[in-house]
Design a protein around this ligand. Structure first.
Ligand code: GLY
Ligand code: MN
Ligand code: MN
Length: 470
């Protein structure tokens, strides 16, 4: 029974004051004994993790590009959510990439490149766990092992990442340090370094897509539960989240579970709507695996298992745009050609349907056109990797205007969105939003759709729902 039920108002207020000021002093008997009676922790050092050699090659590239300069790549710090509660920690993407440390990275760590005569000595500074002669392990709720579980040693991390380590307290900042997110040239370089993925990264992207496939299967299996709940979109989000957490680290971004007209809000993450038979539901979701690489997949499903005639017409146009974009993607062409191929289909079809005030050709004019963009305001593609929008600090000439190369991983994600109150479209289109998003690996032989096993044609989507929905 709580004091609110049992006591007076004054009692309750006293309890609340005590609750916010709840630190209890440790009596002498505790202090005299807490540091003793613990078994030794003999440490068997691990073999380097698979990513270690790849991260070493990435550090070499950074070293060569910045001779003679002292470089600092911070992991970043915990961000407070409220009072003594923090958001889950996620290290800076450049730090993840260059260390190979992943979801197990320690907050406040620094990767430091110290210039030498022929390159750099690289050291990872972090706060090693304190031993049991200090109060940290029992009294510090943020980093104490009594509170958050085992924390790493310098030797353990050095072996795991195959990288020199040192205690963060020994780090001394220099006046000429070049720090990621402060130094533009360094920030750009480490972002562009991620444009072409290595073998390790490609295999992790495949893993991320595979777990995401399972998450979509789970969602379809529980579609009935979503329909039955007044906030069915939340059921969809939660079901996907369960797969992301059990088989991966997290989602790579907030899941978009957008049913009916919500599908027309491109980043609908409120997810508090109903899932209604007869509508479509657009689900944009991606699992981030423990190595921190994420998928980014969208599928649009008929809630009752069957597309209506107009829903199918829109769906198949988006699919046609996706396939045209895929056909345009090959090594040596500009990234922007992928978007332009999708746009050509969107312009042609929306013109055919009488939605545009101009011809498709006029709509595709670089200066005067763009009328079709009303129905697809977003881009068709972005790079994908550690970040869902990867390589975000790359220069435009390396990104949108850059040349596609083997090893690049990017999305193809055209859509068509007819807002519920858009008077430029016939009534039957209003409230329909469709996006189809796949994750593409460029190879010497052309593009490979990493998410091809997740059904994407209208017929295959219907069969998928028929097979899995309970
Ligand atoms: N999920 C965000 C995007 O597709 O870019
Ligand atoms: Mn995307
Ligand atoms: Mn997406």
């Amino acid at each position: 029974m709580s004091s609110a039920e049992n006591g007076t108002v004054a009692d309750t207020q006293a309890t609340q004051t005590q609750n916010t000021n709840r630190k209890q002093p440790f009596p002498q008997g505790f202090l005299d004994t807490i540091s003793t009676g613990w078994a030794d922790r003999p440490e068997s050092l691990p073999a380097p993790r698979e990513q270690a050699s790849y991260a070493a090659a990435r550090r070499d590239a950074v070293s060569k590009a910045f001779p003679g300069q002292r470089l600092v790549v911070p992991a970043g710090s915990l961000k407070q959510r409220s009072n003594d509660t923090d958001y889950p920690f996620r290290a800076h993407s450049a730090f993840l990439h260059l260390t190979g440390w992943a979801e197990d990275s320690e907050p406040d760590s620094l990767l430091v490149f110290e210039p030498t005569d022929d390159g750099h000595d690289v050291t990872l500074y972090f706060r090693e766990r304190a031993d049991r002669t200090t109060s940290e392990f029992y009294s510090d709720a943020t980093i104490g092992e009594f509170w958050i579980g085992p924390r790493p040693s310098l030797a353990g991390v050095a072996a795991d990442l195959d990288l020199a380590t040192a205690h963060i307290d020994t780090f001394v900042a220099g006046d000429d340090d070049h720090t990621v997110d402060v130094d533009d040239a360094l920030t750009t370089f480490v972002s562009e370094l991620r444009l072409v993925k290595d073998e390790f990264e490609i295999s992790e992207m495949r893993n991320a897509v595979e777990v995401t496939r399972l998450g979509f299967d789970d969602v379809i299996a529980d579609l009935g539960k979503a329909i039955a709940h007044p906030r069915g979109e939340r059921i969809v989000e939660g079901v996907f989240h369960q797969r992301a957490r059990s088989d991966g680290n997290w989602e790579g971004y907030d899941t978009i579970a957008a049913s009916g007209p919500h599908a027309c809000y491109l980043h609908w993450t409120r997810n508090d709507g109903a899932v209604v038979p007869g509508d479509l539901i657009l689900i944009d979701a991606g699992v981030e695996v423990d190595s921190m690489y994420t998928a980014d997949i969208t599928r649009t499903l008929p809630v009752n298992g069957t597309f209506s005639e107009v829903q199918r017409r829109v769906y198949e146009t988006v699919l046609e745009a996706a396939d045209a974009a895929f056909a345009a993607a090959r090594p040596g062409v500009r990234f922007r050609a992928v978007h332009e191929a999708a746009m050509a289909v969107i312009a042609r079809r929306t013109a055919e349907w009488g939605l545009l005030p101009v011809t498709a050709e006029e709509a595709l004019d670089a200066d005067k056109g763009g009328q079709q963009r009303r129905y697809m305001v977003h881009g068709t593609s972005h790079h994908l990797g550690i970040d869902v929008h990867d390589c975000a600090q790359a220069r435009r000439e390396m990104y949108y205007d850059g040349i596609l190369e083997p090893g690049m991983v990017f999305t193809i994600e055209p859509g068509l969105y007819f807002q519920i109150d858009d008077q430029t479209v016939p009534e039957e289109y209003r409230g329909i939003g469709v996006r189809i998003e796949d994750d593409i690996l460029m190879t010497e032989d052309g593009p490979v759709n990493l998410s091809a096993d997740i059904p994407r044609t209208a017929d295959d989507v219907e069969a998928w729902i028929a097979r899995l929905k309970v």
